[in-house]
Design a protein around this ligand. Sequence first.
Ligand code: F6R
Length: 242
Amino acid sequence: MRVYCEKDYDQASRRAANIIAAQVVLKPDCVLGLATGSTPVGAYKELIDKCEKGELDFSQVRSVNLDEYKGLSPENDQSYRYFMNTNLFDHINIDKNNTNVPNGLEPDADKACADYDAIIESMGGVDLQLLGLGHNGHIAFNEPAEEFSKGTNCVKLTQMTIDANARFFESKDDVPKEAYTMGIGSIMKAKKILIVACGEDKAEIVKKAFTGPITPQVPASVLQLHPDVTLVGDAAAMKYMV
Ligand code: F6R
């Protein structure tokens, strides 16, 4: 595992963006696995900047996102499709037809998950998967569990997550109760993994995930078994790693 400890969030974002950019330069038609959440926003800004300056060309890049809320349309401003459009895709020269997010509007969970696995498979797998890290070690929507999930699956959101998300919706009833997420098995199949963690509040889980035992109770710990992982963090998140 390569570990980069950067001074702050901006430097960590720059480092992460440079790693993604290098992938795009090396293989212009690569498949990028992308994430939502607050962590990658800075890296996405850097990528937009590189694209605007003509330093990076996304015209042949294809992408698959980690997850999507079940029941939310792409136009819903809480959907992950909306997040990706507004934080990245609308501002770079990627062909949106080449970008994929699980279909939140598919009510049949088995079909939604099988369709998404088929999309990933048809693309020949993911070249570089970007990940954020949840406070409990979750990656994508794979929460601590008895076993590691395999392919794309439908997860029930915990009451904690539902309550935390309620502020973004008109009423609590509008908050999605389920989500479609790539499985741990799918994530582990990516050729390269880039995981980014920033902030003091991530320090404990970074230590646990990367120096502790490998267990589905800390889903990210499985990354210790992946042959090509790069961990990028700011000094606060990496304080136990240096
Ligand atoms: C995002 C995702 C989540 C986040 C994680 C960290 O697509 O699947 O696992 O990466 O919850 O979120 P932030 O970056 O907001 O701390």
